[in-house]
Write a protein that binds this ligand. Structure first.
Ligand code: IPM
Ligand code: MN
Length: 369
């Protein structure tokens, strides 16, 4: 199979982690006989520096003619503390989401036994934690009208029935493939938009009678994610609540650096780790590439290559178990972003899979050395 992938490395650690994801995709290509053609494009602070525009037209065009977009990270501290900046890196990502109509952002939250000690939660709360957040991504307060006269500012939050329905259906379908539970998170006791979400989701739910639905106010949901995260299966929510809750939920797994995401919609889909640009680590080869590599696995699933995606996930599991990790995961590790990427790519390409045989290979290596 031959696929075109638009690669947007972005800012900060984006280029380093994206390079590891590309390595792993190339390993998948060799092992399973696929060709991935990459087209590299600019977005974010690096694009502003080079072109003045956080999302140059060339990037939109490349994304539109691609089968999928692989994205690294966005943001630069020089804009964060300058509320007056007219052009901001994040505008690039928001405009790309809108242009490609990527209305559903999917963020799976899973735990790794080997990383339990890094989680801020007690191990007994981590048992059975496995849920996925469906965050609406192209509506709500992010995209409503923005006004300011310098002393008064407003951001409109608008949702339409159609915007809610089009993400509710894939979320229910996902729940059907999983443990058949969907939780809508809203603030229906206060917000009109949330009352519309509740009404529409209740209607959509009648088409999925096998899925149990419950409703949580967002403040309660923020608490439940800490107190009892194992209760969730599919969590559906609007744009800003999803932004906040997915960062909160991400630390459950022990590290923000482990988590991938997919944004799907009408145009090509986009895959990115959920972490930010981590500027303090940029260029040091120390950032955790696993979120990016697991995003490549989601990309493979999206291209209807589930066997290939599974192989990548198994290679990541193996690396975590073998402590082939960066120092955010294990402070004693001697591995770097690039070496973790190399070893996961090798594990994928050379079928060094996973279990007793591999243990033997590693043990015999260590005895020889
Ligand atoms: C995310 C990010 C973005 C968002 C920023 C960079 C605009 O935090 O993808 O979650 O708020 O959506
Ligand atoms: Mn966010």
């Amino acid at each position: 199979m031959n696929k075109r992938i638009a690669v947007i490395p972005g800012d900060g650690i984006g280029p380093e982690v994206t390079a590891q994801a590309v390595k792993v995709l190339n390993a998948v290509g060799k092992r399973f006989d696929h060709t991935f053609e990459y087209e590299y494009c600019l977005m974010g602070a690096c694009a502003i520096d080079q072109t003045g525009d956080p999302l140059p037209d060339a990037t939109i065009e490349a994304a539109l003619r691609s089968d999928a977009v692989l994205f690294g990270a966005i943001g630069d501290p020089k804009y964060d503390n300058d509320p007056g900046a007219k052009v901001r890196p994040e505008q690039g990502l928001l405009r790309l989401r809108k242009t490609l109509q990527l209305y559903a952002n999917i963020r799976p939250i899973s735990t790794y036994a080997a990383l339990e000690h890094l989680s801020p939660l007690n191990p007994d709360r981590l048992k059975g934690v496995d849920f996925v957040i469906y965050r609406e991504l192209t509506g709500g307060i992010y995209f409503g009208e923005k006004k300011t006269d310098g002393t008064r500012a407003s951001d409109d939050c608008v949702y339409t029935r159609e915007e809610i329905e089009r993400i509710a259906h894939p979320a229910f379908q996902q729940a059907r493939r999983r443990r058949k539970k969907l939780t809508l998170v809203d603030k229906a006791n206060v917000l009109e938009t949330s009352r519309l979400w509740r009404k529409v989701v209740q209607e959509v739910a009648t088409q999925y009678p096998d899925v149990a639905v419950d409703f949580l106010f967002v403040d309660n949901a923020a608490m439940q994610i800490i107190v009892n995260p194992a209760q969730f299966d599919v969590m559906l929510t609007e744009n800003m609540f999803g932004d906040i809750l997915s960062d909160e939920a991400s630390v459950i797994s022990g590290s923000l650096g482990m988590l991938p995401s997919a944004s799907i919609g009408k145009g090509a889909a986009l895959f990115e780790p959920i972490h930010g640009s981590y500027p303090q680590a940029a260029g040091k080869d120390i950032a955790n590439p696993m979120g990016a590599i697991l995003s490549a696995a989601m990309l493979l699933d999206h291209l209807d290559l589930p066997r290939e995606a599974k192989t990548v996930r198994e290679a990541v599991d193996w690396a975590v178990q073998q402590k082939i990790v960066t120092r955010d995961i294990d402070p004693d590790s001697t591995h770097y972003t690039s070496t973790v990427g190399d070893m996961i790519a090798d594990a994928v390409q050379y079928e060094i899979t996973f279990g007793a045989r591999l243990q033997n290979i590693l043990m015999s290596h260590s005895t020889i050395i």
